[in-house]
Write a protein that binds this ligand. Structure first.
Ligand code: G16
Length: 543
Protein backbone atom coordinates (compact mmCIF):
# COMPACT_ATOMS: atom_id res chain seq x y z
CA UNK A 1 0.00 0.00 0.00
CA UNK A 2 1.86 3.01 -1.24
CA UNK A 3 0.67 6.56 -0.88
CA UNK A 4 1.05 8.45 -4.05
CA UNK A 5 0.55 11.95 -5.28
CA UNK A 6 -1.83 12.51 -8.18
CA UNK A 7 -1.35 15.63 -10.26
CA UNK A 8 -4.45 17.78 -10.50
CA UNK A 9 -5.55 21.34 -11.27
CA UNK A 10 -7.94 23.59 -9.37
CA UNK A 11 -11.59 23.03 -10.27
CA UNK A 12 -13.84 26.07 -10.41
CA UNK A 13 -16.84 26.49 -8.14
CA UNK A 14 -15.83 24.35 -5.16
CA UNK A 15 -17.16 26.96 -2.77
CA UNK A 16 -19.06 25.50 0.17
CA UNK A 17 -22.60 26.89 0.46
CA UNK A 18 -25.03 27.07 3.39
CA UNK A 19 -24.07 23.53 4.33
CA UNK A 20 -20.98 22.14 2.60
CA UNK A 21 -20.40 21.57 -1.09
CA UNK A 22 -23.48 20.30 -2.95
CA UNK A 23 -23.44 19.43 -6.63
CA UNK A 24 -24.98 16.99 -9.03
CA UNK A 25 -23.72 13.46 -8.29
CA UNK A 26 -22.22 13.26 -11.79
CA UNK A 27 -20.14 16.34 -11.00
CA UNK A 28 -18.80 14.75 -7.81
CA UNK A 29 -18.06 11.56 -9.77
CA UNK A 30 -16.13 13.38 -12.49
CA UNK A 31 -12.34 12.97 -12.51
CA UNK A 32 -10.58 14.46 -9.45
CA UNK A 33 -13.68 16.38 -8.29
CA UNK A 34 -14.22 14.64 -4.95
CA UNK A 35 -10.48 14.13 -4.44
CA UNK A 36 -9.69 17.80 -4.98
CA UNK A 37 -12.30 18.92 -2.49
CA UNK A 38 -11.23 16.41 0.15
CA UNK A 39 -7.57 17.38 -0.25
CA UNK A 40 -8.66 21.03 0.13
CA UNK A 41 -10.48 20.14 3.34
CA UNK A 42 -7.29 18.65 4.74
CA UNK A 43 -5.08 21.51 3.56
CA UNK A 44 -7.56 24.24 4.55
CA UNK A 45 -7.70 22.86 8.10
CA UNK A 46 -3.99 22.56 8.75
CA UNK A 47 -3.31 19.11 7.26
CA UNK A 48 -4.50 15.65 8.24
CA UNK A 49 -1.26 14.40 9.73
CA UNK A 50 -1.80 12.68 13.08
CA UNK A 51 -5.48 13.63 13.19
CA UNK A 52 -8.60 11.66 13.98
CA UNK A 53 -11.79 12.08 12.00
CA UNK A 54 -15.35 10.80 11.90
CA UNK A 55 -16.72 9.72 8.53
CA UNK A 56 -20.20 8.74 7.39
CA UNK A 57 -23.10 9.77 5.24
CA UNK A 58 -26.78 9.45 4.52
CA UNK A 59 -26.45 6.41 2.25
CA UNK A 60 -27.27 8.18 -0.99
CA UNK A 61 -25.90 7.00 -4.32
CA UNK A 62 -22.05 7.26 -4.36
CA UNK A 63 -21.90 7.39 -0.51
CA UNK A 64 -20.12 4.01 -0.39
CA UNK A 65 -17.61 4.80 -3.14
CA UNK A 66 -16.85 8.27 -1.83
CA UNK A 67 -16.23 6.89 1.67
CA UNK A 68 -13.60 4.47 0.32
CA UNK A 69 -11.83 7.29 -1.55
CA UNK A 70 -11.84 9.50 1.54
CA UNK A 71 -10.42 6.71 3.71
CA UNK A 72 -7.57 6.14 1.25
CA UNK A 73 -6.90 9.88 1.08
CA UNK A 74 -6.99 10.28 4.86
CA UNK A 75 -4.46 7.44 5.19
CA UNK A 76 -2.19 8.89 2.50
CA UNK A 77 -2.36 12.31 4.17
CA UNK A 78 -1.14 10.82 7.44
CA UNK A 79 -4.35 10.73 9.50
CA UNK A 80 -4.01 8.58 12.63
CA UNK A 81 -7.56 7.27 12.79
CA UNK A 82 -11.00 7.46 11.20
CA UNK A 83 -14.16 6.43 13.04
CA UNK A 84 -16.65 5.41 10.39
CA UNK A 85 -20.27 4.30 10.64
CA UNK A 86 -21.02 0.72 9.56
CA UNK A 87 -21.60 0.66 5.79
CA UNK A 88 -20.42 4.28 5.82
CA UNK A 89 -23.77 5.37 7.27
CA UNK A 90 -24.14 8.06 9.91
CA UNK A 91 -26.88 10.59 10.42
CA UNK A 92 -25.57 14.15 10.65
CA UNK A 93 -26.45 14.53 14.36
CA UNK A 94 -24.94 11.12 15.15
CA UNK A 95 -21.74 12.18 13.38
CA UNK A 96 -21.71 15.38 15.41
CA UNK A 97 -22.07 13.33 18.58
CA UNK A 98 -19.25 10.95 17.61
CA UNK A 99 -16.93 13.90 16.91
CA UNK A 100 -17.69 15.27 20.36
CA UNK A 101 -17.58 12.16 22.51
CA UNK A 102 -14.39 10.90 20.85
CA UNK A 103 -12.83 14.38 20.86
CA UNK A 104 -11.80 14.01 17.23
CA UNK A 105 -10.37 16.77 15.06
CA UNK A 106 -13.51 16.90 12.96
CA UNK A 107 -15.57 14.85 10.59
CA UNK A 108 -16.53 14.50 6.97
CA UNK A 109 -20.23 13.97 6.29
CA UNK A 110 -21.45 12.78 2.90
CA UNK A 111 -24.87 14.22 2.27
CA UNK A 112 -26.89 16.64 0.21
CA UNK A 113 -29.44 16.61 3.02
CA UNK A 114 -33.02 16.82 1.77
CA UNK A 115 -32.03 16.98 -1.92
CA UNK A 116 -32.89 13.82 -3.89
CA UNK A 117 -30.18 11.21 -4.43
CA UNK A 118 -29.16 9.09 -7.41
CA UNK A 119 -26.85 9.27 -10.42
CA UNK A 120 -28.83 12.19 -11.85
CA UNK A 121 -29.53 13.87 -8.53
CA UNK A 122 -27.43 15.46 -5.82
CA UNK A 123 -24.42 14.63 -3.69
CA UNK A 124 -22.61 16.64 -1.06
CA UNK A 125 -19.62 16.75 1.25
CA UNK A 126 -19.38 18.82 4.40
CA UNK A 127 -16.71 19.21 7.00
CA UNK A 128 -17.57 19.51 10.66
CA UNK A 129 -15.12 21.00 13.10
CA UNK A 130 -13.84 19.60 16.40
CA UNK A 131 -16.84 21.01 18.29
CA UNK A 132 -19.05 18.75 16.15
CA UNK A 133 -20.61 21.63 14.24
CA UNK A 134 -20.50 22.65 10.59
CA UNK A 135 -17.25 24.38 9.69
CA UNK A 136 -17.65 28.08 10.45
CA UNK A 137 -17.32 30.61 7.64
CA UNK A 138 -13.64 31.36 8.35
CA UNK A 139 -12.84 27.67 7.91
CA UNK A 140 -14.93 27.16 4.76
CA UNK A 141 -13.17 30.19 3.27
CA UNK A 142 -9.79 28.56 3.89
CA UNK A 143 -11.03 25.32 2.33
CA UNK A 144 -12.28 27.24 -0.70
CA UNK A 145 -8.94 29.07 -0.96
CA UNK A 146 -7.17 25.72 -0.92
CA UNK A 147 -9.33 24.44 -3.80
CA UNK A 148 -7.99 27.30 -5.91
CA UNK A 149 -4.32 26.43 -5.67
CA UNK A 150 -4.23 22.61 -5.60
CA UNK A 151 -1.64 20.97 -7.80
CA UNK A 152 -1.92 17.42 -6.46
CA UNK A 153 -3.70 15.21 -3.97
CA UNK A 154 -2.53 12.21 -2.00
CA UNK A 155 -4.15 8.80 -2.07
CA UNK A 156 -3.21 5.30 -1.06
CA UNK A 157 -3.18 2.45 -3.56
CA UNK A 158 -5.30 -0.07 -1.69
CA UNK A 159 -8.29 -2.38 -1.85
CA UNK A 160 -11.66 -1.34 -0.45
CA UNK A 161 -11.97 -1.59 3.30
CA UNK A 162 -14.74 -3.88 4.58
CA UNK A 163 -17.14 -1.47 6.30
CA UNK A 164 -19.92 -4.01 6.74
CA UNK A 165 -18.82 -5.27 10.15
CA UNK A 166 -18.00 -3.29 13.27
CA UNK A 167 -14.47 -3.50 14.60
CA UNK A 168 -11.00 -2.22 13.93
CA UNK A 169 -8.89 -2.56 10.81
CA UNK A 170 -5.71 -0.88 9.54
CA UNK A 171 -5.37 0.91 6.23
CA UNK A 172 -1.64 1.46 5.81
CA UNK A 173 -0.62 3.11 9.06
CA UNK A 174 -4.10 4.50 9.74
CA UNK A 175 -6.56 2.87 12.11
CA UNK A 176 -10.17 2.54 11.03
CA UNK A 177 -12.84 1.92 13.64
CA UNK A 178 -16.14 0.79 12.17
CA UNK A 179 -18.92 1.59 14.64
CA UNK A 180 -22.62 0.87 15.00
CA UNK A 181 -24.10 4.18 13.78
CA UNK A 182 -27.03 4.06 16.21
CA UNK A 183 -25.64 2.90 19.60
CA UNK A 184 -24.01 6.07 20.99
CA UNK A 185 -26.78 8.26 19.63
CA UNK A 186 -29.49 6.16 21.28
CA UNK A 187 -27.61 6.30 24.59
CA UNK A 188 -27.49 10.09 24.38
CA UNK A 189 -31.25 10.34 23.70
CA UNK A 190 -31.95 8.17 26.72
CA UNK A 191 -30.03 10.61 28.91
CA UNK A 192 -31.93 13.64 27.60
CA UNK A 193 -35.55 12.49 27.62
CA UNK A 194 -37.94 10.78 30.00
CA UNK A 195 -38.05 7.42 28.24
CA UNK A 196 -40.25 5.90 30.95
CA UNK A 197 -42.95 8.53 30.44
CA UNK A 198 -42.84 7.97 26.67
CA UNK A 199 -43.04 4.18 27.16
CA UNK A 200 -46.13 4.71 29.31
CA UNK A 201 -47.63 6.88 26.58
CA UNK A 202 -47.26 4.12 24.00
CA UNK A 203 -48.60 1.57 26.48
CA UNK A 204 -51.75 3.65 26.85
CA UNK A 205 -52.54 3.13 23.16
CA UNK A 206 -51.04 6.32 21.73
CA UNK A 207 -50.35 5.80 18.01
CA UNK A 208 -47.63 7.41 15.96
CA UNK A 209 -46.23 7.18 12.46
CA UNK A 210 -42.62 8.13 11.79
CA UNK A 211 -41.74 8.43 8.12
CA UNK A 212 -38.00 7.95 7.58
CA UNK A 213 -38.46 8.76 3.89
CA UNK A 214 -36.13 5.86 2.85
CA UNK A 215 -33.27 7.81 4.38
CA UNK A 216 -30.76 7.48 7.16
CA UNK A 217 -33.03 7.89 10.21
CA UNK A 218 -34.82 4.59 9.53
CA UNK A 219 -32.45 2.44 11.62
CA UNK A 220 -32.27 5.09 14.36
CA UNK A 221 -36.05 5.49 14.60
CA UNK A 222 -36.68 1.72 14.58
CA UNK A 223 -34.12 1.16 17.35
CA UNK A 224 -35.34 4.00 19.55
CA UNK A 225 -39.06 4.44 18.87
CA UNK A 226 -40.03 0.81 18.33
CA UNK A 227 -37.40 -1.25 20.18
CA UNK A 228 -36.62 1.05 23.13
CA UNK A 229 -39.84 2.98 23.61
CA UNK A 230 -42.27 0.24 22.69
CA UNK A 231 -44.19 1.82 19.82
CA UNK A 232 -45.91 -1.00 17.91
CA UNK A 233 -43.93 -2.52 15.03
CA UNK A 234 -44.79 -0.65 11.86
CA UNK A 235 -44.93 2.75 13.57
CA UNK A 236 -41.73 3.61 11.66
CA UNK A 237 -42.27 3.46 7.91
CA UNK A 238 -39.97 3.73 4.89
CA UNK A 239 -37.23 2.75 7.31
CA UNK A 240 -34.62 1.18 5.03
CA UNK A 241 -32.13 3.73 3.66
CA UNK A 242 -31.91 3.49 -0.11
CA UNK A 243 -29.43 5.16 -2.50
CA UNK A 244 -32.20 7.09 -4.28
CA UNK A 245 -34.50 7.43 -1.24
CA UNK A 246 -37.09 5.24 -2.92
CA UNK A 247 -37.04 7.70 -5.82
CA UNK A 248 -38.42 10.27 -3.42
CA UNK A 249 -37.44 13.66 -2.18
CA UNK A 250 -36.35 13.22 1.46
CA UNK A 251 -37.52 16.63 2.56
CA UNK A 252 -39.86 16.52 5.55
CA UNK A 253 -42.52 19.05 4.65
CA UNK A 254 -46.21 18.80 3.74
CA UNK A 255 -45.38 18.61 0.02
CA UNK A 256 -42.77 15.87 0.01
CA UNK A 257 -44.14 14.00 3.02
CA UNK A 258 -47.67 14.03 1.60
CA UNK A 259 -48.22 10.36 2.39
CA UNK A 260 -47.65 11.17 6.06
CA UNK A 261 -49.87 14.25 5.91
CA UNK A 262 -52.68 12.19 4.37
CA UNK A 263 -52.35 9.50 7.03
CA UNK A 264 -52.51 12.06 9.81
CA UNK A 265 -55.52 13.80 8.31
CA UNK A 266 -57.55 10.60 7.98
CA UNK A 267 -60.46 10.27 10.46
CA UNK A 268 -58.86 7.28 12.16
CA UNK A 269 -55.31 8.59 11.68
CA UNK A 270 -52.58 8.28 14.32
CA UNK A 271 -52.23 10.75 17.20
CA UNK A 272 -48.82 11.92 16.13
CA UNK A 273 -46.75 11.95 12.96
CA UNK A 274 -43.18 12.91 12.22
CA UNK A 275 -40.62 12.69 9.47
CA UNK A 276 -36.95 13.35 8.98
CA UNK A 277 -34.77 14.14 5.98
CA UNK A 278 -31.95 12.48 4.03
CA UNK A 279 -29.28 12.88 6.70
CA UNK A 280 -31.54 12.98 9.75
CA UNK A 281 -31.09 16.54 10.89
CA UNK A 282 -34.44 17.99 9.85
CA UNK A 283 -37.86 17.17 11.28
CA UNK A 284 -41.51 17.60 10.54
CA UNK A 285 -44.14 17.45 13.27
CA UNK A 286 -47.81 16.79 12.67
CA UNK A 287 -50.60 15.93 15.05
CA UNK A 288 -53.92 14.36 14.14
CA UNK A 289 -55.28 16.92 11.66
CA UNK A 290 -52.74 19.45 12.92
CA UNK A 291 -49.57 20.37 11.03
CA UNK A 292 -47.07 22.28 13.15
CA UNK A 293 -44.80 24.72 11.33
CA UNK A 294 -41.09 24.43 12.18
CA UNK A 295 -41.16 27.95 13.65
CA UNK A 296 -44.12 27.09 15.89
CA UNK A 297 -42.54 23.79 16.84
CA UNK A 298 -39.41 25.59 18.01
CA UNK A 299 -41.49 27.97 20.12
CA UNK A 300 -43.45 25.08 21.67
CA UNK A 301 -40.25 23.21 22.54
CA UNK A 302 -38.85 26.31 24.22
CA UNK A 303 -42.08 26.94 26.14
CA UNK A 304 -42.22 23.32 27.36
CA UNK A 305 -38.52 22.63 27.84
CA UNK A 306 -38.90 22.26 31.60
CA UNK A 307 -40.84 19.03 31.02
CA UNK A 308 -37.71 17.37 29.61
CA UNK A 309 -35.20 16.08 32.19
CA UNK A 310 -32.13 17.52 30.43
CA UNK A 311 -33.65 21.01 30.26
CA UNK A 312 -35.56 20.97 33.54
CA UNK A 313 -33.14 23.51 35.00
CA UNK A 314 -34.16 26.08 32.37
CA UNK A 315 -32.70 27.34 29.12
CA UNK A 316 -29.66 29.62 29.04
CA UNK A 317 -31.04 31.34 25.95
CA UNK A 318 -32.50 30.50 22.57
CA UNK A 319 -31.60 31.31 18.98
CA UNK A 320 -33.30 31.29 15.62
CA UNK A 321 -32.24 32.06 12.09
CA UNK A 322 -33.39 35.44 10.83
CA UNK A 323 -36.09 34.16 8.43
CA UNK A 324 -37.59 31.93 11.16
CA UNK A 325 -40.79 33.38 12.62
CA UNK A 326 -40.71 35.44 15.76
CA UNK A 327 -42.90 32.99 17.67
CA UNK A 328 -39.76 32.00 19.59
CA UNK A 329 -39.07 35.60 20.60
CA UNK A 330 -42.38 35.80 22.43
CA UNK A 331 -41.61 32.68 24.44
CA UNK A 332 -38.10 33.94 25.23
CA UNK A 333 -39.53 37.21 26.43
CA UNK A 334 -41.92 35.50 28.79
CA UNK A 335 -39.13 33.23 30.08
CA UNK A 336 -36.88 36.25 30.56
CA UNK A 337 -34.05 34.77 28.45
CA UNK A 338 -32.10 36.07 25.44
CA UNK A 339 -33.21 35.23 21.92
CA UNK A 340 -30.47 35.52 19.28
CA UNK A 341 -31.16 36.12 15.60
CA UNK A 342 -28.54 34.57 13.29
CA UNK A 343 -28.15 34.16 9.52
CA UNK A 344 -29.48 31.03 7.83
CA UNK A 345 -27.13 28.09 8.41
CA UNK A 346 -26.60 25.92 11.45
CA UNK A 347 -22.95 26.95 11.60
CA UNK A 348 -23.98 30.30 13.07
CA UNK A 349 -25.40 28.66 16.20
CA UNK A 350 -22.10 26.96 17.06
CA UNK A 351 -20.49 29.83 18.93
CA UNK A 352 -23.66 30.58 20.92
CA UNK A 353 -23.93 26.92 21.96
CA UNK A 354 -20.21 26.61 22.74
CA UNK A 355 -20.32 29.78 24.83
CA UNK A 356 -23.35 28.57 26.77
CA UNK A 357 -25.45 31.51 25.61
CA UNK A 358 -28.10 29.40 23.90
CA UNK A 359 -29.49 25.98 24.78
CA UNK A 360 -32.12 25.60 22.04
CA UNK A 361 -31.85 26.70 18.41
CA UNK A 362 -33.99 26.36 15.36
CA UNK A 363 -34.76 27.32 11.82
CA UNK A 364 -37.81 27.65 9.64
CA UNK A 365 -36.25 25.07 7.31
CA UNK A 366 -37.30 22.28 9.67
CA UNK A 367 -34.16 22.24 11.77
CA UNK A 368 -34.25 22.20 15.57
CA UNK A 369 -31.53 21.27 18.00
CA UNK A 370 -29.87 21.96 21.31
CA UNK A 371 -26.50 21.96 22.97
CA UNK A 372 -26.46 18.12 23.07
CA UNK A 373 -24.69 18.18 19.67
CA UNK A 374 -23.68 20.95 17.28
CA UNK A 375 -26.08 20.08 14.47
CA UNK A 376 -29.81 20.19 14.14
CA UNK A 377 -31.31 16.87 15.08
CA UNK A 378 -34.48 15.44 13.55
CA UNK A 379 -35.12 12.48 15.83
CA UNK A 380 -34.25 14.51 18.92
CA UNK A 381 -37.04 16.97 18.00
CA UNK A 382 -39.49 14.09 17.59
CA UNK A 383 -38.52 12.65 20.98
CA UNK A 384 -38.85 16.13 22.52
CA UNK A 385 -42.44 16.28 21.25
CA UNK A 386 -43.15 12.76 22.51
CA UNK A 387 -41.80 13.78 25.92
CA UNK A 388 -44.08 16.85 25.95
CA UNK A 389 -47.11 14.83 24.82
CA UNK A 390 -46.41 12.22 27.51
CA UNK A 391 -46.09 14.87 30.21
CA UNK A 392 -49.02 17.07 29.20
CA UNK A 393 -51.39 14.27 28.23
CA UNK A 394 -52.96 16.50 25.59
CA UNK A 395 -53.20 16.25 21.82
CA UNK A 396 -50.97 18.22 19.47
CA UNK A 397 -53.88 20.46 18.46
CA UNK A 398 -54.77 21.18 22.10
CA UNK A 399 -51.15 22.10 22.80
CA UNK A 400 -51.05 24.40 19.77
CA UNK A 401 -54.34 26.08 20.66
CA UNK A 402 -53.13 26.78 24.21
CA UNK A 403 -49.80 28.03 22.89
CA UNK A 404 -51.39 30.51 20.49
CA UNK A 405 -53.86 31.66 23.13
CA UNK A 406 -50.96 32.42 25.47
CA UNK A 407 -48.49 33.96 23.02
CA UNK A 408 -50.47 34.93 19.90
CA UNK A 409 -50.01 33.16 16.59
CA UNK A 410 -47.31 34.01 14.08
CA UNK A 411 -48.91 33.00 10.80
CA UNK A 412 -46.00 31.93 8.64
CA UNK A 413 -45.26 30.53 5.22
CA UNK A 414 -42.32 30.17 2.85
CA UNK A 415 -42.77 30.42 -0.90
CA UNK A 416 -39.95 28.90 -2.97
CA UNK A 417 -39.28 29.61 -6.62
CA UNK A 418 -36.88 26.88 -7.70
CA UNK A 419 -34.35 26.67 -10.54
CA UNK A 420 -34.88 30.30 -11.43
CA UNK A 421 -32.42 31.87 -13.84
CA UNK A 422 -29.54 33.06 -11.61
CA UNK A 423 -29.22 36.45 -13.29
CA UNK A 424 -32.94 37.11 -12.89
CA UNK A 425 -32.85 36.14 -9.21
CA UNK A 426 -29.82 38.32 -8.58
CA UNK A 427 -31.49 41.22 -10.38
CA UNK A 428 -34.56 40.87 -8.15
CA UNK A 429 -32.46 41.02 -5.01
CA UNK A 430 -30.29 43.86 -6.35
CA UNK A 431 -33.43 45.82 -7.22
CA UNK A 432 -34.69 45.50 -3.66
CA UNK A 433 -31.29 46.35 -2.21
CA UNK A 434 -31.18 49.57 -4.23
CA UNK A 435 -34.55 50.66 -2.88
CA UNK A 436 -34.01 49.81 0.79
CA UNK A 437 -33.44 53.42 1.82
CA UNK A 438 -36.61 54.64 0.12
CA UNK A 439 -39.00 51.96 1.34
CA UNK A 440 -39.73 53.05 4.94
CA UNK A 441 -42.93 55.10 5.00
CA UNK A 442 -44.06 53.88 1.57
CA UNK A 443 -47.25 51.90 1.17
CA UNK A 444 -47.06 48.54 -0.62
CA UNK A 445 -50.30 46.78 -1.51
CA UNK A 446 -51.99 48.89 1.16
CA UNK A 447 -49.47 48.16 3.94
CA UNK A 448 -47.04 50.72 5.26
CA UNK A 449 -43.36 49.78 5.38
CA UNK A 450 -42.01 50.37 8.89
CA UNK A 451 -38.39 49.47 8.15
CA UNK A 452 -36.27 47.69 5.56
CA UNK A 453 -32.68 46.47 5.58
CA UNK A 454 -30.28 43.78 4.45
CA UNK A 455 -29.53 41.52 7.38
CA UNK A 456 -25.97 41.42 8.69
CA UNK A 457 -24.88 39.45 11.74
CA UNK A 458 -22.24 40.42 14.25
CA UNK A 459 -21.34 37.28 16.14
CA UNK A 460 -21.43 38.26 19.83
CA UNK A 461 -18.86 35.59 20.71
CA UNK A 462 -16.04 36.01 18.18
CA UNK A 463 -16.95 39.41 16.74
CA UNK A 464 -17.04 38.17 13.13
CA UNK A 465 -19.45 39.89 10.76
CA UNK A 466 -21.55 38.13 8.11
CA UNK A 467 -23.18 40.54 5.70
CA UNK A 468 -25.65 40.12 2.83
CA UNK A 469 -27.85 37.61 4.67
CA UNK A 470 -31.28 38.47 3.25
CA UNK A 471 -33.51 41.47 2.61
CA UNK A 472 -36.01 42.18 5.38
CA UNK A 473 -39.03 44.38 5.03
CA UNK A 474 -40.98 45.08 8.20
CA UNK A 475 -44.63 46.03 7.66
CA UNK A 476 -47.09 47.82 9.87
CA UNK A 477 -48.85 45.67 12.44
CA UNK A 478 -45.97 43.21 12.89
CA UNK A 479 -45.92 41.79 9.36
CA UNK A 480 -42.66 40.88 7.70
CA UNK A 481 -41.36 39.72 4.31
CA UNK A 482 -37.86 38.34 3.85
CA UNK A 483 -36.26 37.69 0.46
CA UNK A 484 -33.24 35.41 0.22
CA UNK A 485 -31.50 33.23 -2.29
CA UNK A 486 -30.93 29.69 -1.11
CA UNK A 487 -27.38 28.51 -0.51
CA UNK A 488 -28.14 24.82 -0.93
CA UNK A 489 -29.58 24.45 -4.43
CA UNK A 490 -27.62 22.85 -7.24
CA UNK A 491 -29.49 24.26 -10.25
CA UNK A 492 -29.91 27.95 -11.09
CA UNK A 493 -31.12 29.96 -8.11
CA UNK A 494 -33.86 29.28 -5.60
CA UNK A 495 -35.66 32.40 -4.43
CA UNK A 496 -37.13 32.04 -0.97
CA UNK A 497 -39.82 34.46 0.16
CA UNK A 498 -40.60 34.21 3.87
CA UNK A 499 -43.95 35.65 4.96
CA UNK A 500 -45.12 36.35 8.48
CA UNK A 501 -47.88 38.13 10.36
CA UNK A 502 -48.79 38.14 14.04
CA UNK A 503 -52.37 37.56 15.18
CA UNK A 504 -53.51 38.02 18.74
CA UNK A 505 -57.29 38.18 18.24
CA UNK A 506 -58.58 35.03 20.00
CA UNK A 507 -61.23 34.65 17.29
CA UNK A 508 -58.64 34.54 14.49
CA UNK A 509 -56.16 31.96 15.71
CA UNK A 510 -57.36 29.02 13.61
CA UNK A 511 -57.40 30.56 10.12
CA UNK A 512 -55.86 29.09 7.02
CA UNK A 513 -52.26 30.42 6.95
CA UNK A 514 -52.27 31.32 3.23
CA UNK A 515 -55.50 33.28 3.71
CA UNK A 516 -54.26 34.92 6.89
CA UNK A 517 -51.11 35.93 5.01
CA UNK A 518 -52.84 37.17 1.83
CA UNK A 519 -52.05 40.87 2.47
CA UNK A 520 -48.38 40.03 3.14
CA UNK A 521 -48.19 37.86 0.01
CA UNK A 522 -49.58 40.76 -2.03
CA UNK A 523 -47.04 43.11 -0.45
CA UNK A 524 -44.19 40.72 -1.33
CA UNK A 525 -45.22 40.71 -4.99
CA UNK A 526 -45.62 44.49 -5.03
CA UNK A 527 -42.21 44.95 -3.41
CA UNK A 528 -40.18 42.60 -5.55
CA UNK A 529 -42.04 42.06 -8.83
CA UNK A 530 -41.53 38.31 -8.48
CA UNK A 531 -43.67 37.39 -11.49
CA UNK A 532 -41.91 39.85 -13.72
CA UNK A 533 -38.40 38.80 -12.68
CA UNK A 534 -38.90 35.04 -12.55
CA UNK A 535 -41.59 34.59 -15.17
CA UNK A 536 -43.42 32.39 -12.65
CA UNK A 537 -47.08 32.77 -11.75
CA UNK A 538 -46.85 30.85 -8.52
CA UNK A 539 -44.22 29.38 -6.21
CA UNK A 540 -43.02 25.82 -6.85
CA UNK A 541 -43.20 24.88 -3.20
CA UNK A 542 -45.25 26.43 -0.42
CA UNK A 543 -44.48 25.36 3.10
C1 G16 B 1 -29.12 23.62 5.41
C2 G16 B 1 -28.56 24.40 6.55
C3 G16 B 1 -29.67 25.09 7.27
C4 G16 B 1 -30.47 25.95 6.33
C5 G16 B 1 -30.97 25.09 5.18
C6 G16 B 1 -31.61 25.92 4.09
O1 G16 B 1 -29.89 22.58 5.90
O2 G16 B 1 -27.88 23.55 7.45
O3 G16 B 1 -29.10 25.87 8.27
O4 G16 B 1 -31.54 26.54 6.97
O5 G16 B 1 -29.90 24.42 4.58
O6 G16 B 1 -30.67 26.77 3.55
P1 G16 B 1 -30.94 27.58 2.25
O7 G16 B 1 -32.15 28.42 2.54
O8 G16 B 1 -29.69 28.39 2.04
O9 G16 B 1 -31.24 26.60 1.14
P2 G16 B 1 -29.65 21.10 5.42
O10 G16 B 1 -30.66 20.30 6.17
O11 G16 B 1 -29.90 21.17 3.94
O12 G16 B 1 -28.23 20.81 5.76
Amino acid sequence: MTPHRVDTKPIDGQKPGTSGLRKKTSVFMSPHYLENFVQAIFEGTGGASGKTYVLGGDGRYFNDRAAQVILRMAAANGAAKVIVGKNALLSTPAASNLIRINKTDGGIILSASHNPGGPDEDFGVKFNAANGGPAPEGMTEKIFEATKSLTSYQILDAQDVDLSTTGEVMLGAMQIQVVDPVADYARMMEKIFDFNAIRALFKSGFRMRFDAMHAVTGPYARAIIEDELGAPAGSVVNAVPSPDFGKGHPDPNPIWAKELMDALHAEDGPDFGAASDGDGDRNMIVGHKAYVTPSDSLAVLAANAKLVPAYAGGLAGVARSMPTSKALDRVAESLGIDCYETPTGWKFFGNLLDAGRATLCGEESAGTGSDHVREKDGLWAVLFWLNILAARKQSVSEIMAEHWAAYGRNYYSRHDYEAVDSDAANALVAGLRDRLGDLPGQSVAGLKVDAADEFAYDDPVDGSRSAGQGIRVMLEGGGRVVFRLSGTGTQGATLRVYLERVETDPARLQDDPQEALAPIIAAAEALAGIKEHTGRDAPDVIT
